[in-house]
Write a protein that binds this ligand. Structure first.
Ligand code: ADP
Length: 332
């Protein structure tokens, strides 16, 4: 199990990881999701002891990475920025790693076969394609048959066959009881791979739930409504239900899509139909919408962006303002 407690990391005045707390359980694939720049790689580097946190802690099986004995046997990692390969062959690259950690030589051939690189094992790794390089990185991560795997954007730049291969590999590793923690900025990819999601935005935890729960808590409840009297219906829906909202009830909201349809949240299609009928509003369409995971993700992370661009994020003027980052420029 990986446990992260109140973890924070700042680079200058940039907070990359902001008081994160979560646990990654064995026996399932846990997706670590967030838009680019959300702090995923930084969190993984902190877990792996490659960077020092400003506060908080990260442990693997209850122990900080730096204190692990024979770390390759405990944790396998593939970070996005792979070490640049030299003139060494894939086989020799893995052999060096194995020898440095006291792992049996025979394990090198095993992992090469596992990742499908046996035929090119003697070729110079420097000449490998991105996909082959990723496979080699995964072979290195698997070398010590570790209980915990940490993979940063492993499908980046892979062809569909490579994506499928990594997906199935992660699932089978989790099924064998290992802890698999994998980051991605692609919700669609995680939807097909992960059992559980940890979603972050701007360094903060947004969700720590099953894939199903993430979908359900988002706009899964919305209903698309077409009517020639949109303004009247919107008024009826918002007036009727927000008067006495039940505890925990999603407040009713009505927004207008580009094509003029109403998107209603917090109310079922049946309730909308009843209210439209009572108000003598004609309906042309009444369709419950199931949010896709991608929509759920956009919604979750949009909220986090809004939160952080609010007054909370406004720094007092110092007269020594830093150059705006490309991200903050893009947001403006
Ligand atoms: P992600 O992996 O989710 O794309 P990162 O962890 O790479 O996000 O980055 C989070 C934020 O921290 C970004 O704004 C990034 O620019 C910043 N950052 C990451 N590493 C460094 C560093 N070594 N120095 C300065 N800023 C950094």
């Amino acid at each position: 199990m990986i446990e992260v407690h109140d973890l924070s990391k700042r680079y200058g005045d940039k907070t990359a990881v902001d008081h994160l707390t979560f646990a990654v359980q064995p026996g399932r694939v846990t997706g670590f999701l967030g838009p680019n720049g959300a702090g995923k790689s930084t969190t993984m580097r902190l877990i792996l002891g490659l960077d020092r946190p400003n506060s908080g802690s990260a442990t693997i099986g209850g122990v900080a990475y730096q204190s692990l004995r024979e770390p390759l046997r405990k944790v396998g990692a593939l970070l996005e920025a792979r070490a640049v390969h030299t003139g060494r062959s894939a086989y020799n690259h893995l052999l060096c790693l194995a020898q440095s950690q006291g792992l049996p030589r025979g394990r090198v051939s095993e992992v090469l076969s596992l990742v499908g690189l046996t035929e090119v094992a003697r070729k110079r790794a420097g000449g490998f394609s991105l996909g082959m390089g990723q496979r080699l990185g995964i072979a290195a991560a698997l070398l010590g048959d570790p209980q915990v795997l940490i993979l940063d954007e492993p499908v980046n730049g892979l062809d569909p066959e490579g994506v499928l291969w990594i997906r199935n590999l992660m699932k089978s590793l989790a099924a064998s009881g290992k802890t698999v923690f994998v980051s991605s900025h692609l919700m669609s990819e995680m939807a097909q791979t992960a059992d559980h999601l940890i979603v972050i935005g701007r360094g903060r935890l947004i969700a720590d739930e099953s894939v199903e729960a993430v979908i359900a808590t988002s706009s899964g409840q919305s209903v698309l409504v077409r009517t020639p009297q949109p303004a009247q219906l919107a008024k009826e829906l918002e007036r009727g239900s927000n008067a006495d909202p039940a505890e925990d009830a999603v407040p009713v909201s009505v927004t207008t899509a580009d094509d003029g349809a109403l998107i209603v949240r917090g109310m079922s299609a049946a309730e909308i139909g009843e209210k439209a009928s009572a108000a003598r509003v004609v309906l042309h369409e009444l369709t419950p919408q199931r949010a896709s995971l991608e929509e759920a993700f956009m919604e979750l992370t949009r909220e986090s962006v809004e939160y952080h661009t609010g007054p909370d994020a406004a720094a007092p003027p110092t007269g020594l303002e830093p150059e705006p980052s490309p991200e903050s420029e893009a947001a403006e």
